[in-house]
Design a protein around this ligand. Sequence first.
Ligand code: HEC
Length: 164
Amino acid sequence: MTLCGMFFLLACTTSPAPVERGDSSAPLDLPAHSECFELGHVMDEETCLAVVEDDGRYPTVSENKSGLEPDWDDPRIDDPELEWLRSQIQRCTCSCCHTRPWGGPGVYFYDLTWEPVWIDSASSWSLRVLKGDTHDDTQTLPTTDRARLDAIIDSELDRRRNAD
Ligand code: HEC
């Protein structure tokens, strides 16, 4: 059975990379670090807790790293483009380690549940890493629409730059 089949999901859009693990006693059916399901499917909490435990790194804290004051009337709260970007992350193993409420540990550098606007939890540098500008393959988001992802992140970086 494929990794994707084991999680009762239809198919993977990327082929699974080999799972690296430090502890040979860990269960062998965890999704790989950069594995993604089809759009519309999300990594579930139980799987993610096992991923985080297997990874074994200590979490950081969630905070606003946008450099701008949060605003509960922010029009970005209902922005479908930001929601699309979040759903792109949530269909991948990435979400396991970047979702704060999941078991306490499980948030590093940005938090998909940060409010009022989740993307504010990522520094501008982290957003460039996510987009692939730094060519760090393990932290570049696999996406079904590269141009759309680029436009969303560029627009957020512009917003931050032009704010003062
Ligand atoms: C097993 C846990 C885990 C998974 C899975 C994971 N990350 Fe992370 N991520 C981390 C940790 C820990 C850090 C902070 C330390 C570091 O940079 O390695 C981090 C940091 C980041 C950063 C910020 C880098 C910076 O220098 O500011 C980005 C962007 C990122 N991850 C994207 C991703 C993407 C995209 C995926 C999926 C392809 C992913 N992560 C999957 C644990 C994870």
